[in-house]
Design a protein around this ligand. Structure first.
Ligand SMILES: Cc1cc2nc3c(=O)[nH]c(=O)nc-3n(C[C@H](O)[C@H](O)[C@H](O)COP(=O)(O)O)c2cc1C
Length: 193
């Protein structure tokens, strides 16, 4: 059975939900999907076990999580040998502004340059405003940013902007276009879990 690895980084937890949603789609397609949170000192991963990899990271103050960057840089060699996807989670995409979109693309380019990794495909996904999870200072800053962008400012609750259907379509396309062709010849060295 084909096996897909999803490595993610998160600051407030939402990208973990996105990783779960991707895994659910892959499992519906008959694949095994393992989810790993990139963190320093994690267990070794067996590259041979995976036919494809998705890297998902969220943006905080213009940067992706450092542990994700370190993980990708350390594993760039074998990532280059198979289909990979880069999923960037942020709120800037909600502005539907060409300049902001270009900034997000440039941020992803910098990540790829720094890690020496060229993903097969990339996707920008809207994240969440988790006011109830933030410290008072972060809540205050995020409310100000949201107000300037005419976004949601009720700090008594959280707001989720991810288009789950669109994410599922992306995962299905990645599977059909990039994973399924590999599945024809790929055999996992490890038994199905
Ligand atoms: C302190 C803070 C800084 C953020 N900085 C950015 C940013 O620079 N650009 C952006 O598009 N989104 C930014 N966001 C939005 C996050 O990327 C979004 O909330 C995402 O869902 C966070 O995912 P996580 O819960 O997995 O960390 C920021 C959010 C917070 C709370």
């Amino acid at each position: 059975m084909i096996r897909i690895l999803i490595v993610y980084g998160t600051t407030y937890g939402h990208t973990g939900k996105i990783a779960e949603a991707l895994a659910t789609t892959f499992r519906h397609r008959g694949a095994l999907a393992d989810i790993v949170q990139a963190a320093r000192g994690e267990d070794e991963i067996d590259p041979d076990a995976y036919a494809a990899v998705v890297i998902a990271a969220s943006v905080r103050a213009g940067h992706f999580q450092q542990p994700v960057q370190e993980w990708v840089r350390a594993n760039a060699g074998w990532l280059g040998d198979r289909p990979t996807a880069f999923v960037s989670v942020c709120l800037g995409v909600l502005q539907h502004d060409a300049k902001v979109d270009a900034d997000i693309a440039a941020m992803m380019d910098r990540f790829c340059e720094a890690t020496h990794w060229t993903p097969t495909t990339r996707k920008v996904v809207a994240g969440a405003l988790l006011y109830t999870h933030y410290s008072w200072l972060t809540r205050w800053i995020m409310r100000r940013i949201a107000a300037k962008a005419h976004g949601d400012t009720d700090t008594s609750r959280d707001f989720e902007y991810t288009d789950w259907k669109d994410l599922e379509t992306f995962a299905d396309l990645f599977f059909d276009q990039h994973v399924a062709p590999v599945a024809k010849w790929w055999r996992s060295p490890t038994p199905a879990a």
